[in-house]
Design a protein around this ligand. Structure first.
Ligand code: APR
Length: 240
């Protein structure tokens, strides 16, 4: 698929919905060691700690609501028509919450997995999942009590990366929203898009040390900057 616009999002787009980011002052990585709660070795060492970490995030995500930035992106997808064989908008998110979908976005790729999914380590089946995993429920497919969060831990391969790479390499524009740009391969997507001729924009609360990958940088809160950007993108599209 070669979309007109790829939007890459990170934890910052869900911050104003009340979900913690990772590296801000009150971020998750200030409370937990990554190697304890976001690595296969940590899960092997203490599955209860890992289940408690993700069960809490699953509950928090379920009670959070999409904010104006999520809603604006869903509006962009609805309003920006697919033209001459190109899809309109694809969201590539690092986030494991489902706020993009609950805002109405339909083309969402979760490159780091999803809290609303459980993966069976015994039979490799995935299941839509909204409950806790700490009670070691049996896998609906094989019955083994080996379900784990269906999220990508450090050292594990990204989900659907070939599809992401194709979309980023062929889009007209790429917008990066609410990410520190510190985790690869997400951090390299703007450079890849730009090398292939796309226009690249960053919307983020904090500035980066180096904005060389971006044609345009807008610093501010996503709930203010994203609706504004979407209005401008739709006006430009209408003007032809
Ligand atoms: N509006 C816009 N940007 C915001 C807002 C906001 N309201 N609040 C925070 N931000 C920005 C911060 O300035 C920061 O640059 O969001 C970014 C959040 O960065 P991180 O906490 O590092 O989150 P993220 O970039 O999504 O992390 C990437 O790291 O640990 C892994 O798997 C985890 O997917 C995650 C990945």
């Amino acid at each position: 698929m070669s979309p007109r616009i790829v939007v890459v999002t990170g934890a910052g787009i869900s911050a104003e919905s009340g979900l913690a980011t990772f590296r801000d002052a009150d971020g998750l990585w200030n409370e937990h060691r990554v190697e304890d709660v976001a690595s296969p070795e940590g899960f092997e060492r203490d599955p209860d700690l890992v289940h408690a970490f993700y069960d809490r995030r699953r509950r928090e995500a379920a009670s959070a609501r999409p904010n104006a930035a999520h809603i604006a992106l869903a509006e962009l997808e609805r309003q920006l028509p697919a033209t001459d064989g190109r899809d309109g908008v694809v969201i590539v998110t690092q986030n494991v919450d489902d706020l993009h979908e609950r805002a109405g976005s339909r083309h969402v790729i979760h490159m780091h997995g999803e809290l609303a999914s459980a993966l069976c380590a015994a039979c490799d089946q995935r299941h839509e999942w909204h409950e806790g995993l700490a009670g070691r429920p049996p896998c609906p497919a094989c019955g083994v009590r080996a379900l784990r969060p269906d999220v990508v831990w450090f050292g594990e391969p990204i989900y659907r990366f070939e599809e992401i790479e194709l979309a980023v390499s062929t889009c007209e524009s790429l917008v990066v929203i609410g990410t520190s740009g510190t985790v690869w391969p997400a951090a390299g997507l703007a450079r890849l898009a730009r090398e292939r001729g796309a226009r690249t924009m960053l919307v983020n609360l904090d500035a980066y040390d180096d904005h060389a990958d971006f044609d345009e940088v807008r610093l501010g809160h996503a709930t203010v900057a994203v609706p504004q950007l979407v209005r401008e993108l739709l006006d430009a599209d209408a003007a032809g």
